[in-house]
Design a protein around this ligand. Structure first.
Ligand code: GLU
Length: 424
């Protein structure tokens, strides 16, 4: 009855293929709402835009940009914008769908969306990056807005890029619309605590999971893949809780130190060198060896598809925290479960970022700003409550935390779908 979408060709381990198999797994737990499941397999709206800019040398370059609104059922679209040379429509679709699940799992009043540009931003000058961002914002301006769809930072995008997006959208609509993006600089309506919120959420869910496993964070060995905003903020909080960061991998290299890295030494190196590679306070190792690191907790905070079946057989951690979106392919999920490795899935583990984005959006609407302490306390409370609900669901049905998160989220999305009904 329902043909697969003609414009993507997912494989078992590709991002959209991974997402579809996660949906297949949750269907048996949806009861009468299962009737609406096809809704989740089709993004509501998919926009592909051409983004032409004049380069510093006078040539004209064209980039491919996307904004996908997977679901607007529970509220406006919400999700980041990624700049990466490997971005594809299929990837952005999966990322937008994971936003729908994530937002519903934490019970934020948002649907799910995501955007991206197929570009290597490191090869652009600041001026070119600004032009790219402004033209992209104008192109997707027909579907974004404070009550329609609210972008935010993701891989290779940051507060400065959000400032340009906010300014471009505001100039086009003829007013200052701070609520059109989150993750903005503080004096443009940004929220305290937003930059580190995703890493903080990874820590909070990790802390709760460790407690349930009887794993003491004091002295626990942590390995981190991806040392950008998410991985480094999470590592810092685990370090403060007494854990040792024993291995780190990023795009620039892989390093280990069994005694635990001194993060106060490492962070300035990362800022200067652009990555952990070449850091003297540890030993370099071969990239693939990272997955054999003896550790208690593994944080994956890089890109999709990193935990393959082969790596899942080698991982020595008791607990895997998914700071990245979509880091584990379905076959690897099964292997980790069989081996008794607990996975806190992306759709709850990294929800701290969008939760503080929600706080930012609320603060912008009310033009009343909260203290950092208020934000961190509320974030902690929301994440702990959401995880408890998911854990209870997992225990009740004897299913993985991932399928339980999907069950909680899909129940909310599809109930709203049913209550709203089809129009016309
Ligand atoms: N890019 C982040 C994520 O994947 C945050 C999205 C947001 O704040 O809207 O969850």
């Amino acid at each position: 009855m329902n043909e697969p979408l003609s414009f993507v060709h997912p494989t078992a381990d590709s991002p959209w293929g991974t997402y579809l198999s996660q949906i297949d797994r949750v269907v048996p737990y949806l009861g009468r709402l299962a009737r609406w499941t096809e809704t989740l397999r089709r993004p509501k709206r998919t926009l592909i835009v051409d983004v032409p800019i004049e380069m510093d040398d006078g040539t004209i370059a064209h980039y491919e940009g996307y904004r996908v609104q997977h679901s607007l059922t529970r509220g406006p679209g919400k999700g980041g914008v990624r700049y990466h040379p490997d971005v594809t429509l299929e990837e952005v679709m999966a990322l937008s769908a994971w936003m729908s699940i994530k937002n519903a799992a934490v019970n934020l009043p948002f649907g799910g969306a995501k955007g991206g540009i197929r570009v290597d931003p490191k090869r652009l000058s600041m001026k070119e990056l600004e032009k790219l961002t402004r033209r992209y914002t104008s192109e997707i301006g027909i579907i974004i807005g404070p009550t329609q769809d609210i972008p935010a930072p993701d891989v290779n995008t940051n507060a400065q890029i959000m400032a340009w997006m906010m300014d471009t959208y505001s100039m086009n609509v003829g007013g200052t619309a701070t609520g059109v993006v989150t993750g903005k600089p503080i004096h443009l309506g940004g929220s305290l605590g937003r930059v580190k919120a995703t890493g903080r959420g990874v820590f909070v869910t990790g802390r709760e999971a460790a407690r349930r496993l009887g794993l003491n964070l004091d002295g626990a060995r942590v390995a981190v893949q991806g040392f950008g905003n998410v991985g480094s903020s999470a590592a810092e909080l685990f370090g403060q809780a007494g854990a040792k960061i024993v291995a780190i991998q990023d795009h620039s290299g892989t390093i280990r130190n069994e005694q635990g890295f001194d993060l106060a030494d490492l962070m300035p190196h990362v800022h200067e060198a652009g990555g952990v590679g070449g850091f003297k306070g540890g030993e370099a190792m071969h990239g693939e060896e990272f997955w054999d690191t003896p550790c208690d907790i593994l944080i994956v905070a890089a890109l999709e598809g990193q935990i393959t079946a082969d790596r899942a057989r080698r991982i020595r951690a008791k607990l895997v925290l998914e700071g990245a979106n979509g880091p584990t392919v379905p076959s690897a999920d099964d292997i980790l479960a069989d081996r008794g490795v607990l996975v806190v899935p992306d759709v709850i583990c990294n929800a701290g970022g969008v939760t503080v984005s929600y706080f930012e959006w609320v603060q912008d609407f009310s033009s009343f700003f909260w203290t950092e302490d208020e934000i961190n306390v509320r974030l902690d409370k929301i994440m702990v409550g959401a995880l408890k609900n998911i854990w209870d669901t997992a225990d009740h049905h004897k299913i993985s935390l991932r399928t339980a998160t999907f069950a909680v989220a899909c129940e909310r999305i599809l109930s709203a779908r049913e209550e709203r009904g089809l129009y016309p």
